[in-house]
Design a binder for this molecule. Sequence first.
Ligand SMILES: Nc1ncnc2c1ncn2[C@@H]1O[C@H](COP(=O)(O)OP(=O)(O)OP(=O)(O)O)[C@@H](O)[C@H]1O
Ligand SMILES: CC(C)(CO)[C@@H](O)C(=O)[O-]
Ligand code: BAL
Length: 534
Amino acid sequence: MRLLTTVAALRCYLNKLRWRILPLHSDEPLPHEMTTRFPTAVGLVPTMGALHQGHLSLIERARQENAIVIVSIFVNPLQFGPEEDFERYPRTLEQDQQFCQQAGVDAMFVPNPEEIGVARKNIQDLIVTQVTPPSDMISGLCGRTRLGHFQGVATIVTKLFNLVQPDRAYFGQKDAQQLAIIKRLVTDLNFPIEIVACPIIREANGLALSSRNQYLSASQKQQAAVLHRGLQKAHAVFRSGVRKSNKLIKAVLQEIATVSAVSVEYIELIEPTTLIPLDEIQEEGMIAIAAHIGPTRLIDNIILRDRQPIIAIDGPAGAGKSTVARQVAAKLGLVFLDTGAMYRAVTWLVLQKGIPLDDECAIAELANCCLIKLTPSEDLKSPVQVWINGNDVTNKIRTTEVTSKVSAIAAQSAVRSALVKQQQSWGKKGGLVAEGRDIGTQVFPDAEVKIFLTATVTERAYRRLQDFEKQGQPSVSLEELERSIKERDWKDSTRLVSPLRKAADAIEIVTDGLTIDQVTTIIVDFYQQCLAHL
Ligand SMILES: Nc1ncnc2c1ncn2[C@@H]1O[C@H](COP(=O)(O)OP(=O)(O)OP(=O)(O)O)[C@@H](O)[C@H]1O
Ligand SMILES: CC(C)(CO)[C@@H](O)C(=O)[O-]
Ligand code: BAL
């Protein structure tokens, strides 16, 4: 692992690693004339150090999703008010280095304030170009007492984004206002960076991990756990059908009042993306809280979602996802969202318009302007009906030509983001089963049930052969099918955008030797178990 402290060294390090040379096919060894330059995915985990298991969860997620993981440690003077704990903030570099080394981090970026031009002489006199997020996002919640804090965060995060130019950056849901502001910053300033939100990691007693917990004594840590208990009380009240803000907040306050050492700064119900205060929850709300124990200020939050559950089924091509997903949806009375059909429809359109597969710009234009309609079929045997720009392409998208090209189209980031946006808007109310490559990881990372459905290559090739025979399509050899399945697996799991991988919280089902009915039953049973624990 590298420890980089200067901007020059960081740039040098990244320039060397940004591209890698790979064979075009999985089983072709290097050197080979059939090689290509692949961009290397870079994941950034911005922190202020004093690393703990909360940070580790971000690093682990980044490790799973990127070839290079950079952790930055910088106690940013811009985000501390004059009365705040800048001087006292824990600085434990040696320990953090060991921590990162063990977590498989590639490089740590640990600049000093002079190096990135934000040295704290007198914070009021510090003159640097600053990034100011929309005032309605920074004036409420923590922004009410931490004046200038979110400008400080937005400014340093912008600098880090420009320095590292990551493909993905990882932030914790614990700092929910920060997360919402950074997502907005990325949209407003057009950063080509995916912001990955990671769930809150807690102590066994429920206290959210935080570097500032080091300020607490053992008994204060016990007392602080009341914040989480309060939020859980609100969750229980919410589940009993209460939607009004005042009642939900009262439930939190009542619980916190049982521990006199805790004084509440604010408890509010807001919309988690825009941070707009809510009187009642329609689809989704977040209760955010800040409180003090002695001089230590702590934050926590919970998301309350009024939606039907979502079942996310991911897995490689030919694992039987779409048949199983359709059957599971029918059994449970949920809607089947055939995302594979959406990518196939775009592929069909690209082929029909004669656009070369590598003309990503033309394909981006097409994907962002096309109108896809999916209509669930009446009976289970027939596929979901698919229209693109008014053309019924239900059968046209199942040809070998579309099948062989769809992976290349789905790997294009512009296509992906256009269709993911549409899938997420359909998923707002939940109550659906979706299948694909990135449903549990990207599209619905908060799906209640996640399945990774797979089967051996031989089994999948055999199933595809049978499908072709049933559809009366020209015969293809089993070997040829195996080869194309292997190649597609490899492409799907190594691509930069939404690579195929099992979500950490998914259960894996290998379907060799199982009938569709058996697989369906396993999933339906698992769903019932999960619901019982929600
Ligand atoms: N318990 C946690 N679970 C998930 N993510 C976390 C947790 N604690 C911190 N993070 C995330 O780690 C990143 C770096 O946070 P930071 O270094 O400020 O640590 P912290 O523990 O939140 O410290 P602080 O005490 O300053 O709030 C942020 O994106 C933050 O949301
Ligand atoms: C995002 C961040 C590293 C910016 O200084 C900080 O606010 C934090 O640690 O959450
Ligand atoms: N985790 C947010 C950093 C701060 O409180 O300053």
